[in-house]
Design a protein around this ligand. Structure first.
Ligand SMILES: Cc1ncc(COP(=O)(O)O)c(C=O)c1O
Length: 449
């Protein structure tokens, strides 16, 4: 705080921390949100850093609120700092970054500068907001795609989107999928092929497809482009995915204001690698009163190794060239994830979500395969909505969440995809459950169908 005073000296360690946080933060707009007092015309002119701000807060607010505010200031400050460094280093606290060999740095720098240009280009912004339509013919976007789209996909949703974009831009497109995922998501595979894409299989699931897509890109930087649909990979890939998916959060805000006259109270989204959750959460990160809830796949049980609950069970490490939370064994080797929601089957999670968990801005829960499958059927029957099994994890959490909320709470769940692709899986599960068919070994789990 610079100045020393008897007030400062007499304060408890907690209060002194608040003092120094107030003093050190340059984020006046954030503080104004946290402390309406600072928006008061009389107090707004108080310069920061200033001891008077602290004295004002101390006089006006009970201690408990100040201590609660301490955490909020801390969180907001971290978010502001992170926002600043994001476009330079892709760091979210200790997560993220670019763990690549030097030969790739130039290429990623070029991508970053093109991305930054797009983000500041009003024409790009207008057209991307306009239903996120790809801008055919525009030099900058074409730069990214003008070679060959190489895309890894799990459930195939991102693959279908990429195939559609490449079809529109007349680009060659190759989609890489794990052989298990190709079997489980065969309708999306067909769709990609109809859109003109080549679909290549690799042994395994999404993580193996991602590794292969990165390998292909690294092997031919001049002609190939790694198109990240999920918020993983080297910076700026996760940041790009987040920005382009943020339409979900913006639309959520717009519709909430239209329908409810204000913000929602709670946002819920499933978490695979994170693109749909972050797409919705990012817009509301600074709205502290809005709860952000991510739901991971507990698979058959969160206690064994047949789940994809990275945020619940993961530890920090580097995978697919970024630092994040990962499912790993005691030697640091990746543990294969499991979920009936194929798109949730990834052993990591985006650096940004790892960060939001670490600073306590978002909370995370899990739903099992069974809970998701049951909710799928329930929603079809009750609402005539057939959710993707990934989204069904988020919806499954409502059963636990809603009884804890006050009447009239406004909850938005991101239904991240349609469940047509999962019809066969659900049908087989229901047959198993009703005892009409057996899986042959007398235990129906894990549900690798
Ligand atoms: C319908 C659907 N929802 C959610 C996900 C999970 O991915 P993410 O966490 O990146 O949104 C996927 C991934 O393929 C998906 O297909």
């Amino acid at each position: 705080m610079g100045q020393s005073s008897s007030t400062e000296q007499g304060a408890s360690p907690e209060l002194r921390e608040v003092q120094s946080l107030v003093a050190s933060t340059g984020a006046l707009p954030s503080l104004q949100k946290s402390f309406p007092l600072l928006s008061d015309p009389q107090t707004q002119s108080i310069p920061l850093p200033s001891l008077r701000v602290w004295l004002l807060l101390r006089r006006q607010l009970p201690l408990a609120r100040i201590l609660g505010a301490q955490r909020r200031i801390h969180v907001l400050r971290l978010i502001d700092e992170t926002e600043e460094s994001l476009f330079r280093t892709g760091k979210f606290g200790r997560f993220g970054g670019i763990f690549v060999p030097e030969t790739l740095v130039t290429c990623l720098r070029m991508l970053l500068s093109e991305f930054n240009l797009c983000m500041h280009d009003p024409h790009f912004q207008r057209s991307s907001q306009n239903q996120q339509r790809p801008r055919s013919g525009h030099a900058r976007q074409a730069h990214g795609l003008a070679k060959c789209g190489g895309r890894a996909t799990g459930a195939g949703q991102h693959g279908v989107a990429t195939a559609a974009a490449c079809a529109k831009l007349a680009l060659k497109c190759s989609i890489i999928m794990g052989h298990l995922d190709m079997e489980r998501q065969s309708s999306n595979v067909l769709l990609m092929k109809h859109l003109g894409a080549e679909v290549k299989s690799v042994q395994g699931t999404l993580k193996d497809a991602t590794s292969e897509a990165i390998r292909k890109w690294v092997g031919d930087l001049e002609r190939k482009y790694y198109l990240a649909g999920t918020a993983v990979g080297p910076h700026p890939c996760p940041a790009m995915v987040r920005e382009f998916q943020s339409i979900i959060g913006k639309e959520t805000r717009r519709q909430s204001i239209q329908k409810w006259g204000g913000k929602p109270d709670v946002l819920v989204a499933c978490v695979g690698t994170d693109s749909n959750a972050l797409g919705m959460f990012h817009e509301f990160v600074r709205d502290e009163e809005v709860r952000l809830i991510g739901v991971e796949a507990a698979g058959t049980s969160i206690d064994g190794e047949t789940h994809s609950a990275t945020l619940a069970k993961g530890e920090i490490g580097v995978y697919h060239v970024a630092m994040t939370l990962l499912l790993q064994d005691h030697e640091g080797q990746i543990v294969g994830p499991h979920s009936v929601g194929v798109g949730l089957e990834y052993p990591g999670v985006s650096p940004e979500l790892s960060f939001l968990r670490e600073i306590g801005r978002a909370e995370f829960h899990t739903a099992t395969d069974e809970e998701a499958l049951d909710v799928y059927a329930l929603l079809c029957r009750l609402e005539d909505i057939c959710p993707a099994l990934e989204a069904a994890h988020a919806l499954a959490h409502l059963g636990k969440l809603c009884p804890t909320l006050p009447d009239g709470a406004k909850v938005v769940v991101n239904c991240s995809g349609h469940g047509d692709k999962d019809i066969e899986t659900v049908f087989k599960y229901q047959q198993l459950k009703s005892g009409k068919v057996s899986d042959g070994n007398n235990h129906p789990k894990p549900l690798q169908m």
